[in-house]
Ligand binder design. Sequence first.
Ligand code: FMN
Length: 193
Amino acid sequence: MRPPLDAPDAVEADALAAREAAPDRAAQRLIETLPGRDFRDALGSFATGVTVVTTSTASRELIGVTISSFNSVSLDPRLILWSLSLASPRFAAFRQASHYAVNVLALDQAWISDCFASRDHELFHEVRISRGRSGLPLIDGCAAWFECRNAAHYPGGDHLIFVGEVERFARGATSEPLVFHGGRYRELRADNR
Ligand SMILES: Cc1cc2nc3c(=O)[nH]c(=O)nc-3n(C[C@H](O)[C@H](O)[C@H](O)COP(=O)(O)O)c2cc1C
């Protein structure tokens, strides 16, 4: 008898059947073995928004990093995720942070994305900020802000995955987001349909 659909055995059996049905296994293996640069380029075909994740350390230093791996996870409870390279100069500070804010950049904030993707440590001199509930730096003029308590860390290869519980959020005056695709900033084309 076939087990219920959500049983792990059924899921594994379905995955096995799908793998066996793959029409061209040799071509698939070829794609899997292409060099790392091609893997990055393929990932870049997935368009994302751009965020700057910010926090305030125990010694009250403000830090932030440009992040496009932000995504929604759950509505109830309100959970989001993002991932940070283990090699990031800000890695240790973010791993220790109990709270952080995700600042969703607006179309005219590509320069802020560039700023927080650099290794410069004086980044906060360049931007205007307000303070969130736990003193988190919130960058002015963003499309949205999510103030989070870190709920969990998960290993993710050469990145660490952060899952945050959203304690407070707000939307900005602009609804025009900054978009990142194929290694370039883009804007959304008006929807005329
Ligand atoms: C648009 C954009 C998105 C980025 N997204 C991420 C990300 O999701 N995770 C990450 O670890 N680094 C991401 N980065 C890279 C970091 O912002 C930053 O450049 C890096 O940590 C700085 O260290 P590096 O000079 O060693 O690259 C992104 C950079 C840009 C410009």
